[in-house]
Design a protein around this ligand. Structure first.
Ligand code: ZN
Length: 143
């Protein structure tokens, strides 16, 4: 299992993370078979957006409905940890359903991908997966 994302898209998401700081940025990832095809930025409606994130439920509901009705498949979610490591927090684990979706966590510089599962290695909810980038010409690029 790995998450494949274009380096250009990852740069965009890192910029969103930097722009949102000190708040956490968040949104939905589209794609299939572990490959990100696009994303939808969402408002972070958490009570304290500098410490937590909550994707605007209206966006979440609308996107889930579109996806079920033949729209873009939802691969997972992204959010940022402006001051912390790109590792799921215990709050992330508590709010994650074990639905096998991908969680991409960024901090403006680093990024890591996780999968929400039933008996994960991190807080019993997430497994680490490989994050791989490809360049404009489709080649895998080094970090
Ligand atoms: Zn988090």
């Amino acid at each position: 299992m790995q998450l494949l994302i274009s380096s250009a898209m990852l740069v965009e998401l890192q910029q969103l993370a930097l722009d949102a700081a000190p708040a956490e940025t968040c949104g939905i990832l589209f794609g299939e078979d572990g490959k990100v095809s696009g994303y939808r930025a969402a408002q972070n409606v958490a009570d304290d957006p500098s410490r937590h994130f909550e994707i605007d439920p209206a966006i979440l509901i609308e996107t889930e409905r579109d996806s079920r009705n033949g729209g873009k498949p939802i691969l997972g979610y992204y959010h940022s940890h402006p001051v912390g490591p790109v590792r799921p927090s215990i709050t992330d684990a508590e709010s994650a359903a074990p639905d096998h979706r991908i969680w991409l966590i960024l901090n403006g510089r680093d990024a890591a991908a996780w999968r929400a599962v039933e008996d994960g290695e991190i807080y019993s909810r997430f497994d680490a997966i490989v994050l791989d980038c490809f360049g404009a010409n489709g080649q895998t690029v080094e970090e």
